[in-house]
Unconditional design. Structure first.
Length: 298
DNA sequence: AAATTCAGCAACCGCGCGGGG
DNA sequence: ACCCCGCGCGGTTGCTGAATT
């Protein structure tokens, strides 16, 4: 007998998240930290299942997430890591701390797969590979060096959570501009925190998570929230938040310096093997196509 | 200008794993 | 040792906007 679906309850909402729901979720997580997802819907009054809340947080609201515009270097890393690890998107994402596994997976399925297919078809009759990419490490194989997906994911969460409040600030910016006064008041109601007071709370109670994660300080949050800051950062061109259509807001995201990126990668990734180190080197991405020709996996 | 097709991506679903009782 | 629960992961679906006819 199988487990009943987590969303079997009547009255559980599905589909796209609204800004109001995001605010509620973010407010709650700002207070309690991520985790214990089971209790999130109950405590927030959100009509969402715990899974949905977790997904929304990890794929969208979590601070430190970079969206869109995959650089050639990132592209190269994804291609190599996919060849190395197979469809272990969480493991791959752990090497790209600013990207979510979902994002990488989508990018792979929509862009890279085609790209490589094209390349392969251009190449002279590659030796017959199986349908799905045969990773050098099949799903049950041992993946090199301590990167069980779960441990990596945990690691990643630990570092990125403390990294910034960009997504949250974007969310608030978007919401403050687009949301009608009434709904704002509604959000300020009984089982949620008014956005206006959220910032104050940030300032008043910077706190660390039980597992050592540190919430962004009030000062940092405040400075990130400042519109001047937001104006000065790079624009990603596409929507930064996942609201489709009218809710979409183009707000830039402060980009980390290359050094920060490297630091983050080093902090989250397990000790790198020779090959993995190579992946991080500049120029590795440029060799991807060449390598793909040598070892076609698609 | 309208209809149709395509591409991108957010979100859902089901399964497996690990921890706690 | 076993069961249950919560969580994370990978695959898939379906909606939306863009491109094409």
């Amino acid at each position: 007998m199988g487990r009943p679906p987590c969303c079997e309850k009547v009255g559980i909402k599905k589909g796209p998240w609204t800004p109001e729901e995001d605010i509620i979720l973010v407010s709650y997580i700002q207070q309690h930290g991520p985790g214990n997802w089971r209790s999130v819907p109950t405590n927030t009054g959100l009509l969402r299942c715990s899974k949905s809340c977790r997904l929304r947080w990890t794929n969208y609201l979590r601070p430190g997430i970079k969206r869109g515009n995959f650089t050639p270097h990132e592209e190269g890393m994804i291609i190599h890591l996919q060849a190395l690890l197979g469809n272990k998107w969480a493991a791959i994402a752990s090497y790209l701390p600013q990207r979510t596994d979902n994002d990488i997976k989508n990018y792979w399925n929509t862009h890279l797969k085609k790209k490589l297919k094209k390349l392969n078809s251009a190449a002279v009759d590659p030796p017959e590979p199986p349908e799905s990419a045969p990773s050098r490490f099949q799903s049950n194989d041992k993946v090199p060096a301590a990167d069980s997906p779960s441990s990596l994911a945990g690691n990643r969460a630990a570092t990125t959570y403390a990294s910034s409040a960009e997504n949250i600030s974007r969310l608030l910016q978007a919401w403050m501009r687009s949301s009608p006064e009434e709904s704002r008041r509604k959000i300020g109601g009984e089982n949620s925190i008014a956005p206006a007071t959220q910032q104050q709370q940030q300032q008043q109670q910077p706190k660390a998570e039980p597992d050592g994660r540190e919430l962004v300080s009030g000062e940092e949050f405040d400075s990130i929230l400042s519109f001047e800051n937001l104006k000065s950062v790079n624009s990603w061109g596409k929507s930064s938040l996942g609201y489709r259509g009218k809710e979409e807001v183009n707000v830039g995201e402060k980009q980390r310096s290359e050094n920060d990126e490297a630091t983050a990668a080093n902090a989250t990734a397990p000790p790198l093997s020779f090959l993995e180190k190579w992946l991080f080197e500049e120029g590795a991405a440029g060799q991807v196509e060449e390598m793909m020709e040598l070892s076609p996996v698609f």
